[in-house]
Design a protein around this ligand. Sequence first.
Ligand code: SF4
Ligand code: MG
Length: 327
Amino acid sequence: REILLEVRNMKKYFPIHKGLFGTKKTNVQAVDDISFYIYKGETLGLVGESGCGKSTAGRTIIRLYDPTAGEIIFDGADISSMTENELKPFRKRMQMIFQDPYASLNSRMTVGDIIGEPIDIHDLATGEERQKMIYDLLERVGLSKDHASRYPHEFSGGQRQRIGIARSLAVKPDFIICDEPISALDVSIQAQVVNMLEDLQEEFGLTYLFIAHDLSMVKHISDRIGVMYLGKLVELASSKELYEKPMHPYTQALLSAIPIPDPEVTHAKQRIVLEGDVPSPINPPSGCRFRTRCQYAFERCKIEEPVFQDMGGGHMVACHLMDGDKA
Ligand code: SF4
Ligand code: MG
């Protein structure tokens, strides 16, 4: 299979000033050295609690942020240090759908103009052709052309998400980052939006990076799933593997927290409670970043960072327990 996107040792640090009069300079290590790839036409799920760096990773990949380090290879081209001018042809191919469909749509613009904006920016069509594109897109996401003259506030959350999706499709992208696109929606609407995203993927040959804070939300749509904790990838495997044989203690805890018992998740009968919050990415724990919340933590975890290694068949895990070590 062909790889569409490859991320190599990507970091995104945000500099901040601390201390009296902000004299101390330090960094928020939002994304700290992650590597993975996505095949053409695949959906890679990316999960973790909020503050784990998932959205930052997504925004850095499509160069809404400049990476601090690492490479981002999109369809064979390293886009990580391209100038805005060089990026232009890639901007069109990479789109993002946001969590809050209301905040991400300009409330003063009609739905038609919202969808037409990327068409204008990228000079794709004008006049009647542009109008037809907008109508087609509205219909494709289950709305109608009569909706083009209305404003975002006249629509429900689910409909607004459809408008956001139509807008992202306007430029005929190859790759879409779906940043928690269903988290803010009613449970009854979530499945509809996920099904629509799957249909669109098939029809247009789209590749997705699907971000969620909850493993149950990505299970059905993802071919493979990556789990992030405090800026690091801790596990990555096919959806099936990850659900049936989670190896990292953090993944095991996330799976056990899925509220409705899933008959396929037999190992998680015992609920593992994750104590406390995710520590600050300004001063993350030494060694394994998960150690302050890990029930298996031992001496080595404090000193040495576990390597993200292939445990067989592409099932990647970063945990010292994988070496057979224990306290
Ligand atoms: Fe837990 Fe240690 Fe594994 Fe980290 S490396 S997940 S602290 S056992
Ligand atoms: Mg987020």
